[in-house]
Structure formats: structure tokens, C-alpha cells
Design a protein around this ligand. Structure first.
Ligand SMILES: Cc1ncc(COP(=O)(O)O)c(C=O)c1O
Length: 396
């Protein structure tokens, strides 16, 4: 035995510099923990508290029993890719080739990261429209890209095309858009899509269109970029079965894009997740044969939205429009007792004192822009919404 073998060895964990030094615990985790601690109704986190259609569970169970339990093809089970292509064509009039233009992903989250890693090079600029979903900026940073933040018009949350035009530069690689929009619940209209197409016409800017709430649009038709040929030609469109079929924990979504973009997407997908849960894919393919579940979704959620809005009408909260998604934003600036509070302070008060958790809009802005607006999620059972309303009406 030599000397060094006899000496106690201090185990040491080498820690490289963080790839994401600014990322910490999100407000969603903080508010959910607070909600649990205080027995608050959690209208903060964006997921349903009701179950999915039992026929979907049956379809997945059947797939498992039928032995669909090994790796599927890298891009996804062919029947599911065909079903996605057929649905997209039926709804938006654009045919994506299931062989080369559709890929099944582990939720929209993976699709967004994969698209960014595949298409954004170090030093490229990517425009995000704030407020925005929290994964976008860290994903761009991981790719070595530079996040260029352009605010949606405060209060209305409509795209500000002059500001977008001013943000475009020769280094702009991509623009990320999200309709229906989390957190504001606004949607893009046909005119917005036309203006975006005109703005990008003479550029090589790609679009990453996050359409996870595509089946939750209430008074107008959903404007997928897939409806607009000029935009479709430069876009990766992302959606989520988790959102559409009330199965957020299954983490299955998809991306569709023109073949040359999808080829690059698949290079990253192949060495990232490689493939996605086989029986769930078979189950979804069978379930998609009937369009009723997603066609009926707007009526289902519009009823919840209207119940929630009607119940809030007696409070001093000002309701912003909820045109799509399952979120309702409210402005508490009219409440003398609360207008001096920051959004995070108001959410803390709501959770600990009123017993209902919400999310501050400032959490969706870099640097925390304050406008006295907070977000509730109404994807909840009617009893849950009624309990929340009872508590809010008692205190506001
Ligand atoms: C705007 C937006 N994009 C993407 C996602 C992630 O979707 P998935 O659960 O399919 O990964 C969410 C989930 O909340 C979202 O709100």
C-alpha cells in the first residue's frame, strides 16, 4: 500500500460556472408552497384539477396491453403523426407531411427547447414578447443566443409592431410568439398575423409559434401561423396534448415545421429524448380519431370562464378580457386597501389572508414590470371555482 492510499481522501465536487446563473426558484413554486401551507385554493398554477376523459386512459391502457411498450420511431408513432397532420390540415388548411414535417415531443417544453437549440446559433438575437412563458429566455441563453425583449402593449397585451420592427436587426434569427397567450389570455387576430408576415417578408427571421392553448379560443377562430402560408413557411409550430386533453403530467406534445427546419429539429431531438412514451402516443392517435373532444373544448372552458367572471363581478377587481387560454387576469388598482402593494405582495396577501393563490404578472417580465395585474387559472372544477369566489367576495 503506498502513502497516498492510506491518507483520508477529501471527496470534492467540482462545480463549473452556472450555465444559467440567473435562474432560481420560480414564483410558481413559491406560491404553490404558500398555498399549501395556508390551505388556499390554488388558482395560481396553470393545470386542471379534474381528470381526463376515461376513454383516453382506456386507449393508452389498451396500447400497453397490446404490447406497444418499446421504442417507437424517433419522430413519433406514424399513426399519431398522421392524426396530427390531419387535424392541423382540417383546422388550419395547411398540410404538413407526417413523414418529414411532424415530430412528437415530450411536451411543448421540449419542443421549444429543441427548436431553439437546433436553429439558434451563439450570438444570434431572438425576440421574445413580454410578458412571456418562463422557459423561453433560459432556452435562448442555453443556445448562446441573445434575448431581445419587446413588451406587448401594457394593459392590452397586443403586439406592438413598431417596437418589433425597431428590435429587428441583421442578427435577429427568430421571433417567439405565443397565442393564446400565457399569462394575459389575449389572442392574436388575423390582422396581427398579416402585419407580422409583412414585417418579416424581406428577412430570414424564423418564427417559433407556441400554440399550446390552440383549442381554448372563445369568441374568434384561433390564428395559427399554419393558416398563413407566408408565416408557415418560416415557422415551427408547437402544441401540447397535456393542455388539450387535461393530461399535463403525461408530457406529450408536438412540433410541425417545413421539412428543412424539421430536419434540423430532429437532429437535436434524436440525441436529446430520442423518442417519446410509446403507449401514450398510440392512445392519443386512437383518441384523435374523434374531433369532438377538442372541438368541444372552447364551450367547456368558456362556461368556466363565464362562471368565474360573473362571480368576480361583485368584487372591486377589474377584469381584463380572457379571449383564450384558461387564465383570467385582474387589475387590483381600484382597491384602495391594496393599490400600494406590489403584485407579489398582493398575491401573498391573497394567498395567506383571502385563501386564494394567484400569480403576479411581474413574474413574466425580466426585471419585474409592475402594473397591478395578477393572473388566476380557471381550469378547475366548478366547486373549486365557487369556493375561490366565495373567499374572494368575502375579502375584496
Ligand atoms: C405558453 C406555454 N408554453 C408551453 C407550456 C408547456 O407545455 P407542456 O406542458 O406541454 O410542456 C406551457 C405550460 O404551462 C405554457 O403555458
Amino acid at each position: 500500500m503506498n502513502d497516498s492510499a492510506r491518507l483520508p481522501v477529501a471527496a470534492r465536487t467540482p462545480l463549473p460556472e452556472s450555465r444559467l446563473p440567473h435562474v432560481g426558484t420560480t414564483i410558481f413554486t413559491v406560491m404553490s408552497a404558500l398555498a399549501q401551507e395556508h390551505g388556499a385554493v390554488n388558482l395560481g398554477q396553470g393545470f386542471p384539477d379534474f381528470d381526463c376523459d376515461p376513454r383516453l386512459v382506456d386507449a393508452v391502457t389498451r396500447a400497453m396491453r397490446a404490447g406497444h411498450n418499446q421504442y417507437p420511431p424517433m419522430a413519433g408513432v406514424p399513426a399519431l403523426r398522421e392524426a396530427i397532420a390531419a387535424k392541423t390540415e382540417a383546422l388550419y388548411g395547411h398540410r404538413y407531411d407526417p413523414g418529414s414535417e411532424v415530430t412528437v415531443t415530450a411536451g411543448a417544453t421540449q419542443a421549444i427547447l429543441t427548436a431553439i437549440l437546433a436553429l439558434v446559433h451563439p450570438g444570434d438575437e431572438v425576440i421574445v414578447l413580454e410578458p412571456c412563458y418562463d422557459s423561453y429566455a433560459p432556452n435562448i441563453e442555453l443556445a448562446g443566443g441573445r434575448v431581445v425583449r419587446v413588451p406587448l402593449v401594457p394593459g392590452r397585451f397586443a403586439p406592438d409592431f413598431e417596437a418589433i420592427a425597431a428590435a429587428l436587426s441583421p442578427r435577429t434569427r427568430m421571433l417567439l410568439l405565443n397565442t393564446p397567450h400565457n399569462p394575459s389570455a389575449t389572442v392574436w387576430h388575423a390582422e396581427d398575423m398579416r402585419r407580422l408576415a409583412a414585417l418579416l417578408r424581406d428577412t430570414d427571421v424564423l418564427v417559433l409559434s407556441d400554440e399550446v392553448y390552440e383549442h381554448m379560443v372563445y369568441d374568434v377562430a384561433h390564428q395559427s401561423v399554419a393558416r398563413h402560408p407566408e408565416l408557415a413557411a418560416r415557422s415551427v409550430v408547437v402544441s401540447s396534448f397535456g393542455k388539450t386533453f387535461h393530461v399535463t403530467g403525461w408530457k406529450v406534445g408536438y412540433a410541425v415545421a417545413p421539412a428543412p427546419l424539421m430536419a434540423e429539429f430532429r437532429k437535436v431531438h434524436q440525441f436529446n429524448v430520442f423518442t417519446v412514451n410509446t403507449p401514450v402516443q398510440h392512445g392519443l392517435a386512437a383518441f384523435l380519431a374523434d374531433p369532438a373532444p377538442y372541438r368541444d373544448l372552447p364551450a367547456f372552458y368558456a362556461a368556466k370562464r363565464d362562471r368565474f367572471r360573473t362571480g368576480l363581478a361583485g368584487t372591486g377587481l377589474r377584469l381584463l378580457p380572457s379571449e383564450g387560454s384558461y387564465f383570467q387576469c385582474v387589475d387590483y388598482g381600484g382597491l384602495d386597501a391594496h393599490r400600494g402593494r406590489s403584485e407579489a405582495e398582493f398575491c401573498r396577501w391573497l394567498t395567506t389572508e383571502a385563501g386564494v393563490a394567484a400569480i403576479p404578472l411581474s413574474a413574466f417580465y425580466d426585471g419585474g414590470f409592475e402594473q397591478r395585474i395578477v393572473r388566476f387559472c380557471y381550469a378547475k372544477r366548478d366547486e373549486t371555482l365557487d369556493l375561490a369566489l366565495q373567499r374572494l367576495n368575502a375579502r375584496l
